[in-house]
Design a protein around this ligand. Sequence first.
Ligand code: CA
Length: 241
Amino acid sequence: MSLVMVIEDEEAISMLLSYNLEKEGFEVAVVANGMNAVSEIERLMPSVIILDWMLPEISGVEICKLIRSKPDIKNIPVIMLTAKSQEEDKIKGLGAGADDYVTKPFSVPELMARVKTNMRRAPLFEEKEKIITFEDISMDLVERKVKRGENYLHLSPTEFRLLKMLLKEPGKVFSREVLLKSVWGENIYVESRTVDVHIRRLRKSLNQYGPDYIRTVRANGYAIDKNALVENDSADLEEDE
Ligand code: CA
């Protein structure tokens, strides 16, 4: 399941795009405020970005330049969306680093085709980063699939991002606050208890096929750790109701 990010302040358009992208089988994240765009891209690492040119606080062209200046996200394909149909604007958009350009009013099937083409064109991750593993758990960042041994796990997007955080630095203890900020984002209010709920679901999925590798560090947070089982047995697990 690949994630497409739609950066667009007009709700009618972002809703139309979300509906159609989801119908095509993509996961969709809408960002209405351009000021949050770059931090949201860094957090969610979409496979393709549909970026509106006309945003209230920062233009799509500026966002595109920012994307291209950041090593972690600079290879994500950007499709610029705009009402401007003049040739010089098109050149400006492509000059800022957009991979493609669609003029409003756009044809939905054409835009969907462009999304697919761009998704194929630019591999998001270097080969070494495509799959991250810990023991018998492997996560394919491009296909967005998780396997334990030979079994595929069905994780929600939130659980996927949680697991990704833990897998990237095995042994490191992440506090609930850090997990909240990087998995849910800074601008969304959720209680730290929400982390426990999602960890419990993640654990349930993972533990179907092997021992418990998610270590609960009481009053502190969570880590992925091979010796988790021993520690969890003696700990008073807050997330087990
Ligand atoms: Ca707009």
